[in-house]
Design a protein around this ligand. Structure first.
Ligand code: AMP
Length: 607
């Protein structure tokens, strides 16, 4: 195995790499660095994210840059602002011991004047997104007449994002003599066309690690339906006590909706997508890097530049439209030698697409069951117990309080103490998952539509019916008006001619009776009476209502199906997962506004 010095890099670069903890070159670096240093031939490199491709093209360029010449000698194009910034920062780190080497990063959504000033001061290396780069060329602020190296990083993604015209313009603005280095994870027709039209007999290399990233990644799938998709997502998060994950969604709207729901349900989550301003994205990314946020919900494009090496999970809330993108997604985990899991939520129809993905990743998906409530509670409790056991006790600090604590607890046995302590931490969690559904029973769930079968619910009779102009929506309104509890689940509703039935979470049986009794409401001038019915199956065929805009099958008057963390201000779970700390400070609209992304924030430019 060669060293960076063996590959032809000089000592100042080697020193910077040592500072960064890069001990030996990756496969793509071993192949690309000597090739680019020793030859001016164009290069076509198959390289996925996580293989060390940034250093593979940056280091040989830094090696050869003439730092006493202030002209721009290398232009690196990347699809997203995040990726451009990351490349720019990497180059600064790689070249920190080389005097006078300057790199400027240019991207949309940020002050162009400042970028122009940076370019005027002189930058041998410019990293840019295609749109802003063309803008600066048109303003004559960026001159590419002396360029020796042109890098197209993630070329497939740039073309996916519709940057073909911009790429053409930049390629036209550079001299014919330059060396073009094209890095791409996939080589669809459009990328091959760029290679054909703009490159001369390129040398081809592959990372040789096509699956190396994925060797560290286990691919799992969970079968869900549209009613269980979100609940399954939460259960995966709940069963993995130290989850640090990106949840991928296909659209900005889906991304914002999932993030809103998770935040509302008490998860440490936030959204990253193109409707957010640059400042908001930076802030979300900063929090995710620092792990203030444990779950990032993102679109494919927004997540491109994320350089986080220790994700435990990538979760595909929905599969990407283009299956090639699955590789990009799953490649965000299992990096830098870590193990990772890429989980996919699919309904029966979507399941067929997994075969096509398996052919690309050359690995099999493992069919995995959505964790049951019992499994989740078991995992969470054991995690807590492990944490308790690992907690260091500073007897000096607490010794003065101990006698009175011992005195207060003296009438409790060891078992009672343990039980109370566990209950204090987990009552909400345990009761949420107590007798919770098995989400894997998709067929039963679907066939039970229209009939409630839920032993967690109590069925009430109400003396109002169709003749009183009662419908499911007005009944829900009536129930909500009684302010029975903060969050309460309403189940099946059967509206009959002169009376009706509705179901309420069993735990709120008494509160429901009390609230109706105390408020003594009327409905269209008619006094309202409710009673608990003996049987859980009333007449009328059990009209189980459905989710969405209509009358939802199971709903809570506070909004969505809240998780065990949801709204429970006192549910201190004893780990780092709490309600996202940006919840109150976030400028984003929150609960219940599932369309919060629409019209929110500054419309993102393409780059
Ligand atoms: P990239 O494929 O360029 O996005 O790099 C993926 C990750 O691997 C980044 O966090 C790099 O800092 C890191 N990395 C790249 N090359 C090396 C190396 N030779 N040794 C250790 N880490 C590396």
């Amino acid at each position: 195995m060669s060293t960076f010095l063996d590959l032809g890099l000089k000592e100042p670069i080697n020193k910077a790499l040592t500072d960064l903890g890069y001990e030996k070159p990756t496969v793509i670096q071993e192949k690309a660095i000597p090739q680019i240093i020793s030859s001016t031939e164009d290069l076509k490199a198959f390289a996925q994210t996580g293989t060390g491709k940034t250093a593979a093209f940056s280091l040989p360029i830094i090696e050869q840059i003439n730092s006493s010449d202030k002209n721009t000698q290398a232009i690196i194009l990347s699809p997203t602002r995040e990726l451009a910034v990351q490349i720019g920062n990497n180059i600064k780190e790689f070249s920190k011991y080389i005097p006078n080497l300057k790199v400027v990063t240019v991207y949309g959504g940020s002050n162009i004047e400042e970028q122009i000033r940076g370019l005027k001061r002189g930058a041998q290396i410019v990293v840019g997104t295609p749109g802003r780069t063309v803008d600066l060329i048109n303003r004559r602020a960026l001159k590419l007449g002396n360029v020796k190296w042109l890098v197209l990083d993630e070329a497939d993604e740039m073309l996916n994002m519709g940057f073909k015209d911009e790429l053409d313009k930049v390629l036209d603005a550079t001299p014919e003599t330059k060396q073009t280095l094209l890095f791409s994870a996939t080589f669809p027709r459009e990328v091959e066309a760029i290679a054909r039209n703009y490159m001369t007999k390129p040398v081809e290399i592959t990372s040789g690690e096509k699956n190396q990233g994925s060797d560290n990644v286990t691919h799992e799938y969970y079968v869900v339906n549209e009613r269980t998709r979100y609940q399954a997502l939460k259960r995966i998060a709940d069963v993995n006590t130290d989850i640090y994950a990106i949840i991928f969604c296909r659209t900005r709207r889906e991304t914002q909706e999932v993030a809103n729901n998770l935040i509302k349900d008490g998860y440490s989550a936030d959204a990253l997508h193109g409707d957010l301003s640059q400042q908001q994205r930076d802030s979300v990314m900063g929090k995710f890097r620092k792990r203030t946020i444990q779950i990032l919900v993102a679109t494919d494009v927004a997540a491109r530049g994320i350089d986080v090496t220790d994700l435990t999970h990538v979760i595909n809330h929905k599969l990407p439209d283009q299956i090639e993108n699955y590789n990009h997604r799953s490649g965000r985990t299992g990096r830098a030698g870590n193990k990772g899991i890429s989980a996919v939520l699919v309904n029966n129809k979507e399941k067929g697409r997994l075969r096509a993905i398996e052919r690309i990743i050359k690995k099999k998906f493992i069919a995995t069951k959505v964790p049951t409530g019992k499994e989740i509670c078991q995992n969470q409790l054991m995690h807590l117990i492990d944490k308790v056991k690992a907690t260091e006790v500073n007897t000096e600090q607490i010794s003065e309080f101990l006698p009175s604590i011992y005195e207060k607890l003296e009438d409790l046995t060891r078992e009672e103490l343990v039980q109370k302590f566990v209950s204090l931490e987990f009552n909400k969690f345990l009761s949420y998952y107590n007798k919770s559904d098995d989400l894997n029973d998709i067929s039963n769930r679907d066939s039970s539509r229209g009939r409630s079968n839920d032993e967690n619910m109590t069925r009430f009779f109400i003396n109002l019916g169709r003749k009183d102009k009662l419908n499911p929506a007005s009944l829900i309104g009536l129930i909500n008006d009684q302010k029975i509890a903060d969050k309460i689940e309403i189940g099946a509703i059967d509206i009959l001619d002169t009376f009706s039935f509705f179901e309420i979470d069993k735990n709120f049986e008494k509160e429901t009776l009390d609230a109706f009794g105390a408020n003594d409401p009327d409905f269209n001038g008619r006094s309202v009476n409710i009673e608990i019915t003996k049987s859980n199956r009333g007449g009328g065929g059990g009209r189980k209502s459905r989710g969405g805009g209509g009358f939802g099958g199971r709903r809570r008057n506070g909004g969505n199906d809240r998780g065990p963390r949801g709204g429970s201000r006192d549910s201190n779970r004893g780990d780092s997962r709490r309600r996202s700390d940006n919840r109150s400070s976030s400028p984003r609209r929150s609960s219940g506004d599932s369309n919060a992304s629409a019209g929110f924030g500054r419309k993102r430019k393409r780059d």
